[in-house]
Write a protein that binds this ligand. Structure first.
Ligand code: PMV
Length: 363
């Protein structure tokens, strides 16, 4: 078992006296069994499992230079698409504060963080998962300079551990196509502290699984995920929901092995609607779906009934719809999306994505 203290480094064997840089990309991910509700220090209230995406990602360059003064503050500049991004700085400042004990070299350097997303600005697709994952892997590359003997397993686990402290679901954007986060009896190596790759043999039905993201609403969410998680404290259905997530993870494990697409569809859609029903039954209650979200859901149900093609939807904490389907249905489903669904999207926008592998080092 890995404990929090395993991520506090012993004295490093090497010094960094020169400036340098790393560049990594990290993808977004879409949960099949949802994480909603957390305890202190970003510990999830229930386990979750997600598909890692391939095209929606953040690319981050981390430049570092030893500081000339001994100030005890974090020192960094932040750029988004080549332009200074002052309003993102408090998020990074908070992230650095949270992780400082695990990466104690942070205060000894000045950083220039340059980041860009492959998906459109304000698309309603949260960049926090891919963004925090990209930061975490960059910092681990840096830690490896201090400790060149670092084992690969430790590198990936700690990258996920750090990403989690930035944004919970970011820990599922580090490594692997299917990732489990949160301690669960059904996945032996699972942990609350980091995401682990789902190592069972996945049925070929799920290889290159497609996710077309329909951009229904690109505006600012009325309630943030942070507030939404918070509202699961004292939620009347919290205990049952957390228990159900454990059961659903066990079911999903079997489905991914068996390749039963009908059961997959049923479980994924039920999870999405359960997530949103938790929002609707919180105090105060709130709704993140929009009328067009429901129009799309109904169209998907009709199409599935008429064609028997196993396409389904899932939702994250917003109005956008992720349309999930097997690779061999791609042509027909994309036609259906173009003919019947894009009219419900803002400016007819959608993004074609598919299952990916995780963070990649680019330099
Ligand atoms: O990682 P956060 O705090 O943005 O929460 C994400 C929660 C959901 O996207 C709704 C579900 C999930 O498991 O990703």
């Amino acid at each position: 078992m890995t404990a929090v203290t395993d991520f506090i480094p012993q004295a490093y064997t090497q010094k960094i006296t020169q400036k340098g840089q790393f560049q990594w990309s990290a993808p977004s991910n879409i949960a099949l069994v949802k994480y909603w509700g957390k305890k202190e220090h970003q510990i999830p209230a229930n386990p979750s499992i997600s598909f890692t995406l391939n095209n929606c990602k953040t690319i981050t360059t981390l430049e570092f230079e030893p500081k000339s003064s001994d100030s005890n503050d974090f020192s960094f500049d932040l750029f988004l698409d080549g332009k200074p991004k002052e309003d993102f700085k408090p998020k990074i400042q908070k992230f650095f504060e949270r992780i400082a004990v695990y990466v104690p070299f942070l205060k000894d350097f000045h950083f220039v963080i340059s980041t860009e997303n492959t998906f459109p600005h304000s698309s309603g697709i949260a960049s926090s998962a891919s963004g925090m994952a990209a930061m975490a892997v960059n910092l681990m590359s840096m830690e490896k300079l201090f400790n060149p003997e670092m084992a690969d397993d430790y590198f990936w686990k700690k990258a996920s551990f750090l990403a989690r402290l930035g944004s919970g679901s970011a820990c599922r954007s580090i490594k692997g196509s299917v990732v489990v986060w949160g301690k669960s009896e059904s996945i032996k190596e699972s942990s609350d502290l980091f995401g682990v790759e789902f190592t069972e043999l996945i049925h070929p039905n799920f290889q290159q699984y497609q996710d077309t993201i329909l951009l229904v609403d690109k505006g600012e969410k009325v309630v943030s995920s942070t507030v939404g998680h918070e509202l699961m404290h004292n939620h009347p259905y919290a205990a049952q929901r957390f228990e159900q997530a454990h059961e659903n993870l066990a079911k999903m494990k079997q489905i991914l092995k068996d390749g039963n697409l009908k059961k997959f569809v049923e479980l994924v859609e039920s999870e999405a609607l359960t997530l949103h029903s938790m929002m609707m039954t919180s105090h105060p209650y709130f709704i993140l779906m929009k009328p067009n979200t429901l129009e799309i859901i109904n169209k998907i149900w009709k199409f599935r009934q008429a064609t028997d093609i196993q396409v389904c939807f899932t939702l994250d904490a917003g109005a956008n719809v992720h349309v999930l389907y097997p690779e061999n249905g791609k042509e027909k489903i994309l036609q259906f999306i173009k003919d019947e669904l894009i009219g419900y999207c803002q400016n007819q926008q959608y993004i074609c994505d598919e299952i990916g592998v995780g963070a990649l080092k680019l330099d």
